[in-house]
Design a protein around this ligand. Sequence first.
Ligand code: GTP
Ligand code: IMP
Ligand code: MG
Length: 336
Amino acid sequence: MPSLIIVGGFYGDEGKGKIVSYIAEKDDCSIAVRGGVGPNAGHSIVWEGKTYRLRMLPSAFVNPRARLLIGPGVLVNPQVFLKEVEEVKAAGRCGLDPLCAIIEQKHIDQDRGSQHLSGKIGTTGTGTGPCNADRVNRTALLARDLPELKNYITDVPATVNEALEEGGRVLVEGTQGTFLSLFHGSYPFVTSKDVTASSIAADVGLGPTNVDDVVVVFKAYVTRVGSGFLKGELSPEETAKRGWAEYGTVTGRQRRAGPFDFDLARRAVMLNGATQLALTKLDIVYQESRGVTDYKDLPNEARDFIKKIEEETGVPVTLIGTGPAVEEVVDRREII
Ligand code: GTP
Ligand code: IMP
Ligand code: MG
C-alpha cells in the first residue's frame, strides 16, 4: 500500500473516519494527510472508549506515530484546527501547508446568510463555498499569512513524497462523498469542489502515478444531508424503524436515508478508480454481524450482500465495519 487514498462512495458520512483510523493503526502509517474541501466534513471516531469529532485533522490521529498533515487544496478554519490540535494532544506532529486558504468569519456569514446556499442547497454553513469562491478569485488569505499558524507550517507535498521515497506508508484522507462532487455530483446540490480520488491526490500534492491504492467506502445503506435527490428515500419514521436514523456530525441535522444503491456504487467505483471497497455499518442492517472480526462468522445473508456488491462492481470488499469502535472490522485484505 505505500500510498493509499480513501474516499466516500455516496454522499459523505459513509464512516470513512473509522476505516481511516483502523488502517492507520493496523498498517502503522507514517504520514496521514487530509485532502477534501475543509471543515464542512465531520468524522466521528470511537477510540479507547471516547468519541472524537474531527473536522480538520486526519482521523488517523489514533496512531501516535503518524504525522498529521493538511494538504494545500484544503480550506482551513484556524480556530477549528487549533482546537482539534489541543483536543487530540498532537501539537508536535501536526502540520498544514502554507498554501491552504483560510476561512474567515465573513465566509461563514455569507454561507449562513445566503438564501441560495443555506436555504436551497442546504450547505453546512461552515463558509467553505464562499472561501473557495475567494480562492478562485485570488483574494483569499493563505495559511502563510497568519502568525498563529506559524509553528505548524509544513511543505506538505514535499513531506508526503519524501516519505514515499523512503519507503514510508502514506494514508490520504478524502472527505465528503463522490456524489457531492462539484463535477460528478447532482449539481447544484453539491459541495464547492471535486472530491473524487484524483482531486484528493492533487489536494496533497501526490501525482497520479504515485497512487498505489484507492479505497472507496460505502455504508450498508445510503444517507444524505442537505437537499438533492435520494433514490428510494424512506420516511423519517421508516428510517427510525430500521435503526438507520443518524444525525450530522457538523450540523446535527437528521440525515435522510435510503437503501444501498448499486447503480451509484458502480459509478463511484468508475469515477474513483477503486482498487478496494470498504463497507461500514453492516451490523446495522444484519444485526448478527455485530462485533464480528472473522469473515466466516458473518451471517449468510450478510455474506450474500457483500458478494452481490463485489459482483456488481467488480471490486473486492476488503474491509467491513461491524460496530462503532475502530477495531470492529473484518479485514480480508489477504484476498487481493
Ligand atoms: P465520514 O464523514 O465518512 O467519516 O463518516 P462520519 O464519521 O461522518 O460518519 P458518522 O458521523 O455517522 O460517524 C460514524 C459513526 O458510526 C461513528 O460513531 C462510528 O463509530 C460509527 N460507525 C462507523 N462504522 C461503523 C460500523 O461499521 N458499525 C456501526 N455500528 N457503527 C459504525
Ligand atoms: P457545503 O459543502 O457546506 O457547501 O454543502 C454543500 C452540500 O454538501 C450540502 O448538501 C451539505 O449537506 C453537503 N456536505 C458537505 N460536506 C459534507 C459532509 O462531510 N458530509 C455530508 N454532507 C456534506
Ligand atoms: Mg461525516
